[in-house]
Write a protein that binds this ligand. Sequence first.
Ligand SMILES: [Ca+2]
Ligand SMILES: [Ca+2]
Ligand SMILES: [Ca+2]
Length: 460
Amino acid sequence: MRVIILGLALAAVLAVLAGCADMQDITVPNLAPQTYVALADSVRNPTVYIQTLNWWGDDKDGEVVGFEYRWSSDPGLPGCGLPADWTFTEENSKVFHLPVTDSIGTHSLEVRAMDNEGAVDETPATLRLPVTNNPPVVRIYDRGALPDTTFPALRIRWVGDDPEGNETILGYKLWLDGNEQNARVLSPADTTVSLVPADFEDRFGTRTLNLVAIDSGCDTSAVVTYTWYIKETTGDLLVVDDITSAHAGNAKSDKFYAEALGSCVAAYSELALERYGGSVSYPHNFPELVKMFETVIWYSDPLRPGTESLEEMDDVYPSYVQSGGNFLVVSLGAIGTDGALTDSVGFEVFGIDGLYMRNGSSDFDCKRWVIYPNAGVGLDTLKVSGLYSGVECMRPTAETTPLFHIPPGVAAADTVDYYLGVLNSYGGGKAGLLTFPMSRSDSYGNAQSEFCKVINLMLQ
Ligand SMILES: [Ca+2]
Ligand SMILES: [Ca+2]
Ligand SMILES: [Ca+2]
C-alpha cells in the first residue's frame, strides 16, 4: 500500500515537472495597460485654470503600477513648471495650476498607464482643457503719502488681490530701476520689504522701485512703481525732526535745534519727517536707517504726547543702543501717559525706576519753571518760558546720570526732586531722555549751549 501511494506521488511530481518544462516554451506577450482620464465638467467651455484631474488604468494580464503624464500648451503660453516631458506618478489624481497669461489658454494633457512589466499604454488618454485666469493686482500701501526723499533705506508695504482668490497669489517680484533680471522674489506672505544701503549700491539720486504680483497661473499684475530720491548721509549723527508745520511751534523748534547743532556738531544728517514725506514715517526704515549713524537725536519738543512719530522707534532703539548707538530724545511724550515708547522697555534703556506725578496734580504742567542742573557734569540752570502740559518726571536708577530736575518746594507739600533729564549707559551705547521742552527753556539764553553739553556728555 505504501509503495503504491509513493509511486502515485512520484508520478504526479514528474507530471508537474513535465508540465513546467512545456510552459517555458510558450511565450505569451505582455498586454499593455489601457488608460482613462476623467473630468467632471465639460471641457468645451473654458474652465478655471486650477484643475484637479483624475485618471486610472486597467491591465488585463498584470497590474497598473503608475502613470506617466505630460502637457503641451498653446504657443505663447508660458511653461511655468508644467512638465512637457513624460513624468511618472503613482497617484491617480493631481492638482494642476495651468498657466494662462492672456485671460484664456488651452493646454493638453496626455496620460498613459504603466504596468508591472514597465509597458505603457501606446494610446494615451488625452484631455484638452481651455482655461481662464485673471491677472492679480498689486498696490503699494500709502502710495500717495510715501516720502519723495529717503536716506538709502526704505521700507515699503503693499497689498495683493486676485480675482481667483488671494490665496492664488504665488508671490511678488521686486526690482530697482531696470534691473529686472536680478529681481527679488518674495513669498505671498511677504508684503513688506526692507531695502538697506547695500541694495542701492551707492547710487544716490532718483531711483524707481518696481513691483509685480504673480499668481499660480503665472499671470502677472501690472507693474506698479514708486520713484523717489535717495539722499546720501552726512556725518555720524542723525537728527530727526518730528514736529511738523501743522503745529504752531514748529518753526521755533526747528530754528532752536538747527542753531544749537550748528554750533556744536561739525556735520550731521537731518531727517525732517515733514519734508521727507510727511504723513507716514515707516518708509524711512528706522531699523536700518539708524545703523548708518553712531548717534541719533530725536526731537518732538514741545508737542503734546501722542502727536509725534516717535513710536516708530519703539522696537528699534533698545537694540541700537545695546549695540553701541547713542540715542537722545527730547519729547514730552516719549514715555508715560500717551507715551510713544513702551514704558517698561524705556525704563530699562533710559535707566529709570519709575515715573511719578507732581504732588497733588493730575497733569504735570511745566509753567515757567526754573530747571536745576546736575552741576557735577557741568550743566547750568535753565528757565522755561511758557506753559506746557504732559511733562513726565523720572526716578533715575542709582547708575543713571541725572541731568536736570526741579527741586521740591516749588509747590506746597512737594518733597521730592522731579527729574526731567537722564543719561544712561546701556549696553555699548548711551540713552538720554529730556522730558521738558528744551527749545522753550531759553529764558537765560543758554538752552542751546546746555543742549550741546548734553550731546557732548552722550558722546564722551
Ligand atoms: Ca500587462
Ligand atoms: Ca488670477
Ligand atoms: Ca520741523
